[in-house]
Design a protein around this ligand. Structure first.
Ligand SMILES: [Cu+2]
Length: 396
């Protein structure tokens, strides 16, 4: 409400100022010696210098932004292909910066150099083949190299050798959570279909498929360091996007189809926490948190917990009201820890059996359905007796 009032006041002030300048202009009619609408040399000089001022603003703001916020960018990649993605990104940034630095400078320099001057006439020429060639060929070559390098990087990243020893994991997206399914001993994911979703089988896994018998469903993703993990993504409802920022991986999850992405993690969670940039970052976050906690406690709230770093799987498509909170913790273990963690998990088949057993009545106890039938019978008998008694009385 306050912001609305502020906006209204600002707009009204602007309108008032505009009206005032109009009145001022009217009072000046006839008093000035030069009231022509054509720009004078003095006007052109002012415009030329203002343009230079704007160029300085662009340069200074770019440098300021880089120094102030540059450190917030993602740091060391935690996957093998991440280095390739980062080098592609860095080359693109350097190119953009160099080109923008030169072209913006030239743009404003020429505007200043050729600013209006009463003694100068504009030179007319239809075209220059040399100039056309320079500004067509150079960008085409640079863009072609960038695109080819990008294609090479993309093909390298997306290629999964059929004979390679990879870990198969399904990522299931739904509003607003992630679930992971491990392929189990056979390393083949069982078939699944949204129509088969029932009870604990929340992913609709086809339990008649032999490959599905050893599948394991979990809500926290564990992957081993140094091993290629092949993710297959599905979505239950709308478009989601599986985004692993630290691993430089992202893939859309599309309802009705399976998409995929594979990568090799190169740092365990514990190792990544120890990297010097991360230690610094976490210390900074915790410093901010403790400052905020003092404020919160003073207002009678509870203090914030200290932050520890964890890899995350995020959703990077705005998929609904709780999209911002659609995330899953990802833990990169050593291969031994990963094996141990996975061996402690129950399979989906076992989960379904356990759920069915929990639903079944225990021996000797009456089920609710039995009790309902009995109560109904008793009520019916009472009604019959009353009816008979009423009939007797009526006959008498
Ligand atoms: Cu989502």
């Amino acid at each position: 409400m306050t912001s609305l009032l502020v906006i209204i006041v600002v707009v009204l002030l602007a309108v008032a100022l505009w009206q005032l300048t109009k009145i001022f202009d009217l009072t000046q009619v006839g008093t000035s010696s030069d009231d022509s609408q054509v720009a004078s040399d003095n006007d052109n000089n002012i415009q030329g210098y203002v343009m230079f001022g704007f160029l300085a603003f662009i340069y200074i703001f770019t440098i300021y932004g880089l120094l102030k916020w540059g450190g917030l960018a993602l740091h060391t990649p935690a996957s093998e292909h991440g280095l390739l993605v980062d080098s592609l990104m860095n080359i693109t940034w350097v190119l953009i910066f160099v080109v923008q630095f030169i072209t913006q400078g030239l743009l404003y320099w020429f505007s200043f150099k050729n600013r209006g001057n009463k003694d100068r006439k504009a030179l007319f020429f239809a075209d220059s083949n040399k100039l056309e060639a320079i500004w067509s060929i150079i960008p085409s070559v640079v863009l072609a190299v960038l695109i080819l390098y990008g294609l090479y990087a993309w093909n390298n990243i997306m290629f999964v050798d059929k004979d390679e020893d990879v870990i198969e994991i399904e990522l299931y997206a739904q509003q607003f959570k992630w679930t992971a399914r491990y392929a189990g001993q056979d390393n083949v994911l069982g078939k699944a279909n949204v129509r088969l979703i029932e009870g604990v089988n929340t992913l609709g896994v086809d339990m008649s498929d032999p490959n599905a018998q050893d599948d394991i469903v979990v809500s926290e993703l564990h992957i081993p360091k140094g091993k290629k993990v092949h993710f297959k993504m599905r979505s239950q409802d709308v478009l989601h996007s599986a985004y692993f920022p630290h691993f430089r991986a992202q893939m859309n999850c599309v309802p009705g189809m399976v998409t995929e992405f594979a990568f090799v993690p190169t740092y365990t969670t514990a190792e990544y926490r120890e990297l010097s940039f991360m230690v610094e970052k976490v210390a900074n976050i915790n410093k901010l948190r403790s400052e905020k906690s003092v404020e919160l406690v003073a207002k009678g709230g509870t203090a914030l917990d200290p932050y520890t770093f964890d890899y995350l799987l995020l959703c990077n498509k705005i998929c609904g009201a709780s999209h911002y909170n659609m995330q899953m913790k990802v833990v990169v273990d050593t291969p031994e820890d990963y094996k141990k963690w996975l061996s402690e998990k129950t399979t989906l088949a076992q989960d379904i059996k356990a759920a069915a057993a929990a639903e079944k009545p225990t021996e000797g106890a009456e089920s609710t359905t039995d009790t309902t039938v009995k109560v109904k019978d008793t009520v019916k008998a009472v009604i019959d007796t009353v009816k008979a008694a009423v009939a007797k009385v009526a006959v008498k």
